[in-house]
Write a protein that binds this ligand. Structure first.
Ligand code: PLP
Length: 391
C-alpha cells in the first residue's frame, strides 16, 4: 500500500471509511436554524441542533447584531491584543464575569480554541492534566498539544480520579478537566465530589460547560449553579456561545491571575483574529434573555420529562440524562445509520453519532431538545421512534 501514489492512498482510505459506515459529509441548510429546518432541500423536524433555548434566530439577537454592524462594520480586523477588541467585546467580558460570579472573563473566537488555549496556556512540562475519558475532543487535544503529562480516568468515576491523583502526586501543578454536561451522553459531572477530591490533593479544576450554560441552574449559570458550588470553590469555567446562547465564540471565566496568564500565554487567544464585534453584541442580547426568560429553561425541562417518560414507555434504552441531550445507544453503527435514515424518511432529523466520536460499540441516536419544540412535536418524535423496535 505504501507504494501507491498519495492521492490513490487517500482515495482508498476514503473508500474504506465509506464501507465501514464512518464517512462524514456536510449537508446544506437553507434558511434559519430552528426546530423546522430545510436540509438538502427537504423540510425536516430537527432534534439535532444545540440551540437549546431557541435563541439562534431570535429577533433581539438579530437586531443587536445588525445595529452593531451598522456601528462597527463587519470584520474585527485584528487580534484582541491589537485593535480587534471592541467596546462590545469589553462589555461582554465584564457582564460574563458578573454572571458567572468570577473575577474576570476572557473571550475566545471558538470553544475549540478556548479549550486548547486554557490547557496549553496554563500547563507545562512537569505538570499533570487529569481528564475524564469522555471529555470533548478539544479538551483532549489541548492536552495533546501541551508538554504536560496527561492521564485519563474512567467516565465520572471518582475512585478512578482518586487513583490518578495519587499517581500524580509528584507533579509540579495539576489540573482536573471535565465536561460539565457530557456532549454525547447528556449526563452531568459529579462536581461536588470532584471539587472536594481536588481540594484534598491541592489540584485546580476546569470545567467545560458548553452544554450546561443557559440550560442548567435557575439563572442559567450552568453546572456550577445546578450544584450551588460556593464562591471559594469555583473552578475555571469555559463556556461556548454556539449552543444555548445561539451565537458563536466562547469565554473562560476565572480569577484575575488565571485570566491574565491566558492573555500572555494562550496561543489560540493571542494569535487569532477577534470575532466580529456584532457577534459580541448579539451575545450580550442573548445573555440578557438567558437571565430574564426563565420560561425557556422551564419549558425545556417539561419537554425533557415528556420525552423521557414517552421513551421509557416505548422501552427504549436511554442514558441517565436530565439535560437537553437524550441519546439512544444502538451499539451497532449500521443499525444507528439505518434507523437515522428511516426517521428522516418520516421527516424527523436526529444526530447519528458513530465512533470515533463515541467509544466503539456505542453508536447512537443523539436527540437534542429545544425550548422552541412543542409538546406535539416531541410526541411526533416518540411516534417515529417506535420503529426502533422493528430492528
Ligand atoms: C461544542 C463544544 C466545544 C467547542 O465549541 P465551539 O465553539 O463549537 O468550537 C467544546 N466543548 C464542548 C463540550 C462542546 O460541546
Amino acid at each position: 500500500m505504501a507504494s501507491l501514489p498519495w492521492s490513490q492512498q487517500l482515495a482508498k482510505n476514503l473508500a474504506d471509511r465509506k464501507t465501514a459506515g464512518r464517512y462524514r459529509q456536510q449537508r446544506t441548510r437553507l434558511g434559519e436554524q430552528g426546530v423546522e429546518v430545510i436540509i438538502d432541500g427537504k423540510q425536516l423536524l430537527s432534534f439535532c441542533s444545540n440551540d437549546y433555548l431557541g435563541l439562534a434566530s431570535h429577533p433581539a439577537l438579530k437586531k443587536a447584531f445588525i445595529d452593531a454592524v451598522e456601528h462597527d462594520g463587519v470584520g474585527a480586523g485584528a487580534a484582541h491584543l491589537l485593535t480587534g477588541h471592541s467596546q462590545y467585546h469589553q462589555q461582554l467580558e465584564e457582564q460574563l464575569a458578573d454572571f458567572m460570579g468570577q473575577q474576570r472573563a476572557l473571550l475566545f473566537s471558538s470553544g475549540y480554541q478556548a479549550n486548547i488555549g486554557v490547557i496549553d496556556g496554563l500547563m507545562t512540562r512537569g505538570d499533570y492534566i487529569l481528564q475524564d475519558k469522555l471529555n470533548h475532543a478539544s479538551l483532549l487535544d489541548g492536552g495533546r498539544l501541551c508538554s504536560a503529562e496527561q492521564l485519563r480516568y474512567q467516565h465520572n468515576d471518582m475512585h478512578a480520579l482518586q487513583r490518578r491523583l495519587q499517581q500524580s502526586e509528584k507533579a509540579a501543578h495539576r489540573l482536573i478537566v471535565t465536561d460539565g454536561v457530557f456532549s454525547m451522553d447528556g449526563d452531568i459531572a459529579p462536581l461536588p465530589e470532584l471539587i472536594s477530591l481536588a481540594k484534598q490533593h491541592s489540584t485546580a479544576v476546569m470545567i467545560d460547560d458548553a452544554h450546561g450554560l443557559g440550560v442548567l441552574g435557575k439563572q442559567g449559570r450552568g453546572t456550577v449553579e445546578h450544584y450551588q458550588i460556593e464562591q471559594q470553590s469555583m473552578p475555571i469555567i469555559m463556556g461556548t456561545f454556539g449552543k444555548a446562547f445561539g451565537t458563536a465564540g466562547a469565554f473562560v471565566a476565572a480569577d484575575e491571575e488565571v485570566i491574565d496568564t491566558l492573555i500572555q500565554q494562550a496561543r489560540s487567544f493571542v494569535y487569532t483574529t477577534a470575532q466580529p464585534s456584532a457577534i459580541a453584541a448579539a451575545t450580550l442580547a442573548s445573555l440578557k434573555l438567558i437571565q430574564d426568560e426563565n420560561w425557556r429553561r422551564d419549558k425545556l425541562q417539561t419537554l425533557i420529562r415528556q420525552f423521557k417518560v414517552g421513551a421509557a414507555e416505548l422501552g427504549l434504552q436511554l442514558i441517565d440524562s436530565d439535560t437537553a441531550i437524550q441519546p439512544i445507544v444502538m451499539g451497532d453503527d449500521e443499525q444507528a445509520i439505518t434507523i437515522g435514515k428511516q426517521l428522516e424518511e418520516k421527516g424527523l432529523l436526529v444526530g447519528v453519532i458513530r465512533p470515533p466520536t463515541v467509544p466503539e460499540g456505542s453508536a447512537r441516536l443523539r436527540i437534542t431538545l429545544s425550548a422552541n419544540h412543542s409538546e406535539q412535536q416531541v410526541t411526533q418524535l416518540l411516534d417515529g421512534l417506535e420503529l426502533v423496535h422493528a430492528h
